[in-house]
Design a protein around this ligand. Structure first.
Ligand code: SF4
Length: 197
């Protein structure tokens, strides 16, 4: 029971942190005419592997309905920051990419740092590593349970087969999409990333 009460307390603390960071971010980016959701869409287009940067995957990553994701992206398209490009393998889909102006805007907002980062910087080395490991475990458990979409590079994903094609320009393999991957592709974020236990 004590553990349950403490878990509820930690959950509340994490919620307060999330709300605080979002409020801080909203204030920081509104001068550039963005909402936090639009900044997340810019980040998605900048960092996601091109063949999975679809509007549907954006909706999964943001935890919103597809129509809501389209509503977030449309103003960025209208401002010439995001473009819808043909999918490299699937003619029925489009993918989101940043235009040169979009890359400039992303570079500016990417530099923003929250007060939370400064607070984390004040933790003692042992405390920081323990928190990093514990939060990583919690996020991975929620992702495996399907309660959270963690878009991340291939390393640490259950579907990743590093070095499966030795000597090839695409030395790695993804067992989920059954495709060879180059170093640069494997280093980009993928919304299908499934953390190993
Ligand atoms: S599912 Fe996993 S291994 Fe496959 S591309 Fe995505 S992150 Fe990489």
């Amino acid at each position: 029971m004590d553990r349950e009460r403490r878990a509820a307390g930690v959950t509340m603390a994490l919620l307060r942190l999330a709300r605080g960071v979002e409020a801080e971010e909203r204030e920081a980016v509104q001068g550039a005419g963005f909402t936090p959701a639009q900044v997340a869409a810019l980040r998605f287009a900048a960092r996601t592997r091109p063949d999975v940067a679809t509007p549907g995957q954006l909706a999964r990553v943001l935890g919103v309905r597809p129509a809501t994701a389209v509503g977030i992206v449309n103003p960025l398209v209208a401002r010439g920051l995001v473009a819808r490009a043909p999918h490299p393998f699937d003619g029925r889909q489009s993918v989101l990419t940043l235009t040169p102006a979009g890359w400039q805007a992303w570079r500016r907002v990417e530099a923003w740092r929250s007060g939370l980062e400064a607070a984390l910087g004040e933790l003692a080395p042992g405390e920081f590593e323990a928190l990093e490991a514990a939060l990583g475990k919690v996020v991975a458990a929620l992702a495996r349970a399907g309660r959270l979409v963690v878009s991340a590079p291939c390393a640490g994903c259950v579907h990743f087969r590093p070095g499966a094609h030795p000597g090839s320009a695409q030395p790695h393999h993804c067992a989920l999409i059954d495709r060879a991957l180059g170093e640069a592709e494997a280093a980009m974020e993928c919304p299908e990333h499934t953390p190993a236990a």
